[in-house]
Design a protein around this ligand. Structure first.
Ligand code: HEM
Length: 230
């Protein structure tokens, strides 16, 4: 291919295997948590009538919700490790450099309004993206904490019982169990809003940016458009 190689669009690895697996496991867990969570909130199905006390439909829904909740917790821990300790992933941390640059904010907003070019980034994410991810991680942290408080009340002798004392203090600080449940529910709507914005942005970047952004979260690769073609 030699001298013709500049005629082809180049590709580079954008997302590692860990990143892609983490993304899709979390995607299915979140969808399941939202659906099962809304069912727990409003249990509209009733089990088949049976004289034996075996119709534990609500408890089953709750148990599956908790299993998906623990999958989310393990993904969260994995991602935190990846973010703080994996050297190859320093790109994410470098994005924070741009967060306080008014110029980067203006350029990024201009790009999304189709009036300016994409700013050069210091790290993996642009400022708006980073802001959205910070909000997502704050919401996930509180969903996990409030979820664990709700969980603790049914399984107070579980393998997590060593967390009971701090969780109870937190429950009191939040105004009691009913409030904790309400906060857990409201945060779910925050996650839904994030998902809508996230999918819109992914499509926008794929169509307008033409870099194969959506394929990359499946294949791992992103296309590099040659300067002459931009
Ligand atoms: C993205 C993450 C999550 C979402 C979207 C979510 C969503 C929800 C929703 C909407 C409810 C119903 C609240 C209500 O009654 O109005 C709920 C309940 C519950 N969630 Fe989650 N949840 C998440 C994570 C977790 C985690 C990590 C745990 C911890 C194991 C957890 C444990 C629980 C428990 C135990 C309940 C039942 C409360 C009850 O029986 O009244 N959740 N969740």
């Amino acid at each position: 291919m030699g001298k013709f190689k500049d005629l082809f669009v180049k590709r580079h690895i954008e997302f590692s295997a860990f990143f892609r697996w983490h993304h899709w496991i979390r995607f299915f867990a979140i969808i399941f948590l939202i659906v099962s969570g809304f069912y727990i909130s409003y249990p509209f199905l009733s089990p088949e009538i049976d004289p034996n006390p075996t119709g534990f439909l609500y408890a089953e829904g709750r148990a599956f919700h908790e299993i998906a909740g623990f999958i989310m917790i393990s993904m969260f821990i994995g991602k935190m490790y990846y973010f703080f300790f994996v050297k190859a992933n320093r790109d994410e941390m470098r994005s924070f450099k741009d967060l306080f640059s008014v110029k980067k904010w203006m350029k990024q907003i201009g790009y999304y309004l189709l009036v300016s070019k994409h700013p050069i980034l210091s790290g993996a994410y642009n400022v708006i993206q980073l802001f959205a991810y910070i909000a997502l991680y704050l919401m996930l942290t509180f969903l996990i904490i409030t979820g664990l408080i709700l969980y603790m009340h049914a399984y107070h002798e579980s393998f997590l019982s060593f967390l009971n004392t701090p969780l109870i203090s937190l429950e009191v600080a939040l105004g009691g169990l009913a409030n904790v449940r309400e906060i857990h529910h409201i945060l779910t709507w925050g996650i839904i809003i994030f998902i809508i914005a996230h999918v819109y942005m992914a499509i926008f970047n794929a169509v307008y940016g033409k870099e194969g952004t959506i394929d990359s979260i499946v294949s791992g690769y992103k296309w590099e458009i040659p300067e002459s073609e931009k």
